[in-house]
Design a binder for this molecule. Structure first.
Ligand code: HEC
Length: 109
């Protein structure tokens, strides 16, 4: 069962990378900002790089600064289940994920 999920996640990551290659940076920033204000700001602060929000959630500015953060990494993160972690599983459409990912990356300095 574990192997099944591991391969499903690998398949998902592959599909996402094909999709990402076809359309990078396509998210609507305004839509991303609205989604984040409504669903994410209770835990993640937007500004204040370095400062964390509620429950140790990193600020989006800090996430944007991390070298490992890309549109793809955010997509994969938001589309995979977080087991034993404090970040809840958020249900967003593909467009919404793109919008959120683009907005987070727009905070990179
Ligand atoms: C209940 C609090 C909470 C809410 C609401 C929440 N998060 Fe998180 N998030 C966390 C915590 C805590 C972490 C760090 C631990 C982890 O990685 O699971 C995290 C981590 C992340 C990361 C990964 C950073 C990394 O290490 O790569 C991203 C991206 C993220 N959140 C995006 C979002 C988005 C987008 C939303 C809104 C749709 C959201 N979060 C809503 C608590 C929350």
């Amino acid at each position: 069962m574990k192997a099944f999920w591991t391969s499903m996640i690998a398949l998902l990551a592959l599909l996402l990378s094909v999709y990402a290659a076809a359309a990078d940076n396509v998210g609507d920033l305004k839509q991303g900002e609205t989604i984040i204000r409504e669903h994410c700001n209770s835990c993640h602060q937007t500004g204040n790089a370095g400062k964390s929000g509620t429950g140790g959630a990193p600020s989006f500015a800090a996430i944007a600064q991390m070298e490992s953060t890309t549109i793809l990494s955010i997509r994969v993160f938001l589309r995979t289940a977080h087991i034993n972690k404090t970040m809840p599983n958020v249900m967003l459409s593909e467009d919404e994920v793109d919008a959120v990912a683009s907005y987070i990356l727009s905070l990179r300095k």
